[in-house]
Ligand binder design. Sequence first.
Ligand code: TYM
Length: 330
Amino acid sequence: MNRVFSGIQPTGSLHLGNYLGALKRFVEMQDDYGCIYCIVDLHAITMPYDPAELRASTREVTAGFLAAGLDPSRCIVFNQSQCTMHMRLAWMLSCLTPLGWLNRMTQFKEKAGKKRDNASLGLYGYPVLQAADIIGYHATHVPVGEDQKQHLELARDIAGTFNHQFGVEYFPLPEPVITGEATRVMSLRDGTKKMSKSDESDYSRINLTDDRDTIAKKFRKARTDSEPGVTYDAENRPEASNLITIYAALADSTRQQVVDQFASAQFSDFKKQLTELAVEKLGPVGEEMKRLSADPGHVDGVLRDGAERANQIAEPIQRDVEEIMGFLVP
Ligand code: TYM
């Protein structure tokens, strides 16, 4: 059986990279597989954080999931901390994961920075928790952006190690689904840097909560180069190429089609059209998020129901794992 699992951290606002690289694709897959989409709050506490902000952000990201088109009657939407399998399985898997594998994780190196000794054990073990998230549901497909590729490879390795060590064919090896035009959306200020929640400049990203005027202003101010035409060349024209990628993903088209469509246009005209398209596609999402944010009771209800359904899938798997590993399950 095919099952999809994916997650997004409730740290800061959802941005266009999360939307095009992950969320929009979650929506596209929701009828093809049994889909489980998670607001990964346990991952969000691996760096210093504020409890009130975590609570607010968990609701806001849930509102973003719903506003983007996820329908809780067709998929499961819940927050990670409300299903205990994640933590229990993460511990068990961490006892099977060699330190050498974790030492290779580039995201840990980036996030821990120079003060590695001050980073938490949780930040270091984060990819093991991510593996538990996925394999604890027997997920077979995991839609993510390109930056998650290494973590997904680790999840496969951990699943394989479990099977090998205990002589079972228990966990399917999950496959990353890194498809579409916008698997790596770049900053609007610097086309060589990934669009991210942590960039200091708010002009580097489009937040899903930005209103129409703000979206338009950010695209108008997006950095470009002095070449007049619309050509895709990620190496020499990173900012222009990023805008072409964004247009293609928003229009459900391809980069090549966009380049062909604007073959005789000036770049400034293309940018105007992109601005219009972005406002048309993203404006309603932000407005729906605002509407849902005014009704936290509804959002909490979706999460509560989702957690119940997630637990129903995870509990028997957790029990199997405990038996396979030799725990007495009386
Ligand atoms: P997170 O919260 O950083 O990002 C959520 C999703 O958005 C994608 N993404 C991007 N895609 C394209 N361009 C960008 N600039 C961009 N920035 C982010 C990410 O690739 C991701 O798919 N560790 C994960 C969350 C996680 C998870 C999981 C994912 C926890 N457990 C299990 C899948 C399965 C993370 O921090 O994503």
